[in-house]
Write a protein that binds this ligand. Structure first.
Ligand code: P6P
Length: 339
């Protein structure tokens, strides 16, 4: 089992957290998650060398998806490191059907960490970018059983972040003030601060959606995308580019760095009435990051962070990124366009 780096072993990340006003308890939680992502980055490269990263683990996870060996390894790394943190009482993983209660937590502070240990697993076999997404919730004042305490605490989000396992291993974080980007030093295996002022421009000329599902989109999404694709001679009066990486973390990182608008809509006609992405460990953390960077985050017609979850693996439609684009889509009338 990997041993959690003591706080002083990640001084540049710890210093940034101190500068953000993070409590010692929050710093220890984020540092544990950072240590997990550094360990995951190593495992991805090791399993690629062994040629086993894309092998199936033989398990069908709670999402009904065939779990890959790497999914299982990454999930276990997160569990092992997070359960060494006294304030982390609850763990919600995309790979596990129930809330895990950390019996080592003494109970003065009760945090929950909700995480997708490996987002974009479909990209593993082709060596395309994958990532880890997480959210830290403060459940200390929440009542009820483990699941009730987690579900009632999504508005007490203390931090959110994602790791990106690409040409470089990056960690993008917020505690609600600014959004910072760290890069993993492959020699020291520690994260170093690269930028701490990431902002999403209010306008965009790039959108991100899986175009192959166009026939399933709700009318407002069809109208919004049609207007973007119409280009300079169309209603938007400008050309748009489209990108779709097959991993939310990769597409959203492009939005944070270059701007843009990421959309995964509800598609009732496709059997996805609430969309595909998960609220607790994809939507809510990305929404905190997007808003901290000056962007916007909507779930259909409502602010994504205002959605009150009723189950830990609940799905949600998402429209994230450039606030003028997100708001334009949210305001599109649900009407059939005149022929
Ligand atoms: P589709 C990865 O499986 C994921 O959950 C997100 O990371 C990604 O944005 C989306 O699904 C891709 O979905 O339907 O285009 O394969």
């Amino acid at each position: 089992m990997p041993i959690l780096h003591p706080i002083h072993h990640n001084p540049k990340l710890n210093d940034w957290l101190v500068g953000q006003g993070a409590s010692p308890e929050l710093r220890q939680t984020v540092l544990a998650m950072a240590a997990a992502t550094a360990a995951i980055a190593g495992e991805i490269r090791q399993l690629a060398l062994e040629g086993t990263a894309g092998l199936e683990s033989g398990i069908t996870n709670v999402q009904g998806e065939t779990q890959l060996k790497l999914d299982d390894v990454c999930n276990q790394l997160c569990l092992d490191l997070l359960q060494q943190v006294p304030v982390v009482r609850y763990l919600v993983s995309e790979e596990i059907d129930h809330v895990i209660t950390n019996i080592n937590a003494p109970g003065e502070h009760d945090y929950a960490v909700c995480f997708d240990p490996l987002d974009g697993s479909g990209n593993i076999a082709t060596n395309n970018t994958i990532g880890t997404v997480f959210s830290v919730l403060d459940c200390t004042s929440a009542k009820g059983d483990a699941e009730q305490r987690v579900l009632s605490s999504t508005r007490n989000q203390l931090a959110a972040g994602y790791a990106l396992y690409g040409p470089a291993t990056l960690l993008v974080l917020t505690t609600g003030k600014s959004v910072a980007k760290f890069a993993l030093n492959e020699m020291t295996r520690l994260f170093e601060l690269v930028r701490d002022d990431i902002r999403i421009a209010p306008d965009a000329a790039e959108f991100s959606i899986n175009m192959s599902y166009a026939s399933f989109w709700p009318r407002p999404v069809r109208a919004y995308v049609r207007n973007c694709v119409a280009g300079a001679s169309g209603p938007r009066g400008k050309a748009f580019n489209m990108r779709w990486a097959g991993a939310m973390v990769a597409d959203m990182h492009r939005v944070f760095i270059k701007g843009g608008h990421f959309i995964y809509p509800a598609m009732p006609k496709k059997g996805e009435p609430d969309g595909k992405l998960r609220l607790l460990y994809e939507g809510i953390p990305m929404a905190m990051l997007a808003e901290a960077a000056g962007g916007a985050a909507m779930a259909g017609g409502e602010r994504l962070r205002d959605v009150v979850p009723t189950s830990i693996h609940q799905r949600t439609p998402v429209s994230l990124g450039a606030r003028n684009e997100v708001n334009l889509l949210a305001g599109m009338p649900d009407v059939v366009k005149a022929a």
